[in-house]
Design a protein around this ligand. Structure first.
Ligand code: ADP
Length: 245
């Protein structure tokens, strides 16, 4: 029991899309309309790698090669994470699920724990994905993502938020990018069909040619209009058009 008041199901927003489609960026922005933590399996795994623990040692090589770590490992991480109290009013999932096995496990968990899943599918063309990923930099401390071309930090090479020196992720190298895109096509894209058949709402969002802010506003209003999140919270982020005509 997560101690939620009433019987309303809390939203679990699943950010879906190719590597480089903007899931991490949107996850951070969506806090404006969704009350709950940003759960990124990629960030969780990188934290384990930095800590040098068993999970980190087990996943490091796989991540460096652009392949997916085992379903058992990530399922276990997510199962533990989403039962923590900060998830009780909702959550944003980024980078999970990525395989049919993970999707099945997640939907079972959602049902058991009383969450309502909604998929936000960020559509971005292949060319742009490769350009984005190879120009990407990340703050190793707070996880904020920058793009050298479209979203550079104010001071070159330094995080706007905490001044940490930005890094290129090991797996943002060109050859590894190709492997990650291949994994996405083979293992992850088929999940869309799985979600459709399972009756999970899918919100298709054009993830390019607008600013991240504008995209986040669109996501918030689409989710609120469909009743997938509470409209009250959305208004904080100016996402929902005023109803008074
Ligand atoms: P991106 O979405 O940009 O590829 P992530 O930070 O989500 O980056 O993931 C980085 C790497 O971590 C993946 O290439 C994969 O090796 C591993 N990983 C993250 N999430 C999962 C998952 N749900 N299942 C298996 N491997 C994962």
């Amino acid at each position: 029991d997560l101690g939620r008041p009433g019987s309303a199901l809390a939203p679990a927003v699943i950010l879906f899309g190719s590597p480089g489609s903007g899931k991490g960026t949107q996850a951070k922005l969506l806090k404006r309309c969704l009350d709950g933590p940003h759960i990124s399996t990629g960030d969780m795994l990188r934290t384990h790698i930095e800590a040098g623990d068993t999970i980190g040692r087990e996943s490091e090589g796989v991540i460096r090669s652009g392949r997916l770590v085992s379903d058992e490992l990530v399922n276990e991480l997510v199962e533990q994470r989403i039962q923590q109290l900060d998830c009780c009013s909702g959550m944003i999932l980024d980078g999970y699920p990525r395989t049919l096995n993970q999707a099945g496990v997640l939907l079972n968990l959602m049902q058991r724990l009383g969450f309502r899943p909604a998929v936000v599918y960020l559509i971005v063309d292949h060319e742009r994905i490769v350009r984005r990923l190879s120009g990407r930099r990340q703050c190793p401390v707070c996880g904020t993502l920058y793009s050298l071309k479209t979203n550079p930090p104010k001071v070159a090479g330094v995080c706007d938020l905490d001044g940490t020196t930005l890094v290129t992720r090991d797996d943002d190298r060109e050859s590894v990018i190709r492997a990650r895109l291949e994994e996405y096509e083979l293992q992850t894209r088929p999940l869309l069909d799985f979600f459709r058949k399972a009756g999970v709402s899918i919100f298709e969002i054009k993830g390019a040619s607008r600013t991240p802010e504008e995209i986040a506003n669109e996501i918030c209003s689409e989710l609120a209009n469909a009743g997938a999140i509470q409209p009250g919270l959305s208004q904080r982020g100016t996402a929902v058009p005023n109803a008074s005509v």
